[in-house]
Design a protein around this ligand. Structure first.
Ligand SMILES: *Cc1c(COP(=O)(O)O)cnc(C)c1O
Length: 355
């Protein structure tokens, strides 16, 4: 008998309702940016309790737009956490600004305000990633006088102290890439409490038919994507609850000697990843082997070589927390498309693991 298929690390959940919503757009004769995109923007204004939204082609485009509408000047320093994806560097480069890479907190994996003072003293702007749903210390950055872009790409539907994430900073950005909490295949969105900032982004996106020329760009989302995102947004609460329920199961099954990212089961916390922390790289690798042998795919969510300070050839000794996380972390399958039987299989495998 062939071995049973592996449980993948991630898998999008596209329901019959999602497909019907996309089909309706295809049948409508209007498939470019149109009413479905507008409905998505309205939905985010409701979700965030006001402000204004601008749907875009990707989370990276939304980061770029946030830097642009906050007037990032050529060569200006922008603080970014090193434990993040290269999209942050790409957006800063596209804006013509200069990344100042900052170490993260070893507990919650988010940008460390105290490291920021040391490593990016002159940065007026900071990108705070809510890493795997963990609320970054936005107030701590603002207390230093920074303007903050909240990267909510991994935190949609998450809250901290009862408030939806993204409302504290100057702008919030979201992604609808295939592996994110809600997906349109690709897509992104910028939201701001200040309607003028989102309006500036919308002006930049609306490149066609203008009465005078200034450089703009086509960062538009299609109604096909927006229909898929809207349909999934209808289930956002259920998605968040299912993720939290799976995270609670894994936590209960975690063997002695393994830790996790801090705050994973906090109230309102969106559980984007369940990241196990092993005491060292060897036991992390052993866990990967153990899970693979039991049909479970796990990944190192950010490999050491992907840390932003490594990409920029900065001294690794300046980034001890991120280095340690990269060397000892492993991410388990955590998504609503997991069946109960698959969750049981992961729990059993965790319980059987011995360091
Ligand atoms: C996915 C992601 C991005 C980039 O979003 P894309 O839609 O893939 O461009 C940016 N920041 C974080 C934290 C992400 O997880």
């Amino acid at each position: 008998m062939p071995p049973p298929p592996m449980i993948p690390h991630n898998r999008p959940l596209v329901t019959r309702e999602d497909r019907a919503a996309v089909d309706a757009v295809l049948a409508s004769g209007w498939i470019a940016q149109g009413p479905a995109v507008q409905a998505l923007e309205t939905r985010f204004v409701d979700l965030q309790g006001g402000g204004a939204a601008c749907a875009l082609s990707s989370g990276t485009a939304a980061l770029f737009m946030a830097l642009r509408v906050l007037d990032a000047a050529p060569g200006e320093s922008v603080a970014v956490p090193t434990y993040a994806c290269s999209a942050l560097l790409n957006a800063v480069a596209m804006a013509g600004a200069r990344p100042r890479v900052v170490d993260v907190d070893g507990g919650d994996f988010c940008i460390s305000p105290s490291a920021l003072v040391r490593q990016a003293p002159d940065a007026r702007l900071a990108i705070a990633v809510h890493a795997y749903g963990a609320p970054a210390d936005v107030a701590g950055l603002q207390a230093q006088g920074r303007r903050v872009i909240e990267d909510c790409c991994q935190a949609l539907g998450g809250a901290s102290a009862g408030e939806a994430l993204g409302k504290q900073g100057d702008c919030a950005v979201f992604s609808f890439y295939a592996t994110k909490i809600v997906t349109g295949g690709q897509g992104g969105l910028l939201w701001s409490r200040a309607p003028a900032l989102a309006e500036a982004a919308r002006d930049y996106r609306q490149f066609d038919g203008r009465d005078h020329y200034v450089p703009r760009f086509n960062f538009q989302m299609t109604d096909i994507q927006a229909a898929l995102v809207n349909s999934q947004m209808d289930r956002l609460r259920a998605i968040a609850e299912r993720r939290a329920a799976i995270a609670r199961r894994y936590m209960a099954a975690l063997p002695a000697g393994l830790g996790t990212q801090a705050g994973l089961l906090d109230m309102g916390r969106l559980a984007y990843r369940f990241t196990v922390l092993a005491p060292d790289a060897a036991s992390r690798d052993a866990l990967w082997v153990h899970l693979s042998a039991r049909g479970i795919a796990s990944i190192v969510p950010v490999e050491r070589f992907e840390l932003l300070h490594r990409y920029l050839a900065l001294d690794p000794e300046e980034y001890p927390q991120a280095e340690r996380i990269a060397d000892t972390s492993l991410s388990l399958p955590l998504y609503p498309a997991l069946s109960d039987a698959e969750v049981d299989q992961v729990c059993l495998a965790l319980e059987e693991f011995r360091i």
